[in-house]
Ligand binder design. Structure first.
Ligand code: KG4
Ligand code: ZN
Length: 354
């Protein structure tokens, strides 16, 4: 295992990331170039602009990852890259780079599913995390509850019927006038610490639906209405210019939103654990991963649910929860060692092949 070394490339959304990981899980390097400034300026990810930013960053990020690992491309065992889901213009930049390196050095290619990588990186962090396990994947675009039965064998227990939780955090943060350069989620988590989480009684989504699906669109609307009815703030009125009263109203909304957003996760996890134990009684872990899993409040609340059910919570450190190259390299290792990879692309493949 130690002899296997894989470069992972991630460009599915707004971060250009690369990392080199060894077969035994040793992280040799990890580089991320973020588009937070662009995001804050334009109020979201514009695919064409994100693509441009990836094109500008990709060569440097990958070179940096190899340099920091003290390796040359020809020392690699394979190259892994995210092939989806994500913005196709952005994915293409990472996949083309991976094919270019692999073609030049005759290396196999491993195509990676972004959400599988969010789940499997937990096995790098926790070496004794064996299949089957449960995973809650919470990010900007996805809300998934899956039963991971084996490598490549996943049963979806629940998904969102509208928005993902990260999207709800980002919108709420924007409406509250928070500093989006920090990222909507982290900024909201910080403000929520100052607020009273019981001050506004938002209703908990989908309580009458006895399944494991999620919905955040209704909660978003409730937040929007609460903001409008208090006439306190708009996106164009940044919190930095708010007086103390205004700031504490915003903090109350942030805390009340967060409480209910996470209660919804707790409900669904509770039910998923009960279901999953019926299908696979040997399950002993719930993995929580994806950008929103870096939230401390989320981690604490879910750890209670998990502990009460007699399971163990496995939550990667924040740098491995948000989009990163390590999770791609690691998932590449898992597949490579299982013999699942593509042969090297031709060395002279034209740039516009894809
Ligand atoms: O996994 P990720 O980096 O990218 C996607 O695959 O979407 O997740 C990004 C999402 C964003 O919505 C971001 O606001 C959210 O994760 N996020 C957080 C926190 N850190 C990142 N949400 C809540 N609290 C945080 N601390
Ligand atoms: Zn992600």
């Amino acid at each position: 295992r130690e002899d296997v070394v894989i470069l992972g490339i991630e460009t599915s959304c707004d971060d250009t990331a690369a990392a080199v990981v060894r077969g035994n899980g040793e992280i040799l390097s990890q580089v991320v170039s973020s588009q937070a400034d662009l995001l804050a300026r334009y109020g979201g990810v514009a695919p064409k602009m994100a693509e441009e930013a990836h094109i500008v960053a990709i060569d440097k990020v990958v070179q940096q990852a190899l340099d920091n690992a003290n390796l040359a491309a020809q020392d690699l065992s394979a190259v892994a890259a995210t092939i989806g889901p994500g913005l196709s213009l952005c994915l293409r930049v990472g996949v083309c780079k991976a094919r270019r390196i692999a073609g030049m050095h005759n290396l196999p290619i491993v195509g990676i599913h972004h959400m599988e990588a969010h789940a499997l990186v937990a096995r790098l962090v926790e070496k004794d995390l064996h299949f089957p396990f449960l995973a809650l994947l919470i990010s900007g675009g996805h809300n998934l509850l899956i039963l991971a039965r084996d490598l490549g064998h996943y049963v979806q227990l629940g998904t969102t019927i509208d928005d993902a939780i990260g999207e709800a955090y980002d919108k709420t943060a924007r409406w509250l006038g928070l500093d989006m350069k920090k990222g909507g989620g982290p900024a909201l988590e910080e403000l929520a610490r100052e607020g009273d989480a019981d001050s506004i009684k938002f209703s908990i989504p989908m309580r009458q639906h006895k399944d494991c699906n999620f919905s955040y669109a209704g909660l978003k609307t409730q937040v929007r209405l609460a903001i409008e009815s208090r006439k306190i703030c708009t996106e164009n009125n940044p919190i930095s210019s708010a007086n103390q009263d205004d700031r504490s109203s915003r903090a109350d909304i942030a805390a009340s939103f967060q409480r209910v957003a996470v209660l919804h996760l707790e409900d669904r996890c509770q039910r998923a654990i009960e279901w999953a134990l019926k299908i696979e009684p040997s399950i002993n872990s719930l993995v929580v991963s994806g950008g929103v899993a870096s939230n401390q409040y989320v981690r604490t609340r879910l750890s209670h649910v998990v502990n009460n059910s007699g399971l163990r919570l496995v939550c990667p450190p924040p740098s491995l929860c948000t989009d990163n190259g390590v999770m791609i390299a690691w998932t590449g290792i898992e597949h490579f060692l299982a013999g699942r990879f593509d042969p090297p692309p031709p060395a002279n493949e034209p740039e516009n092949y894809l």
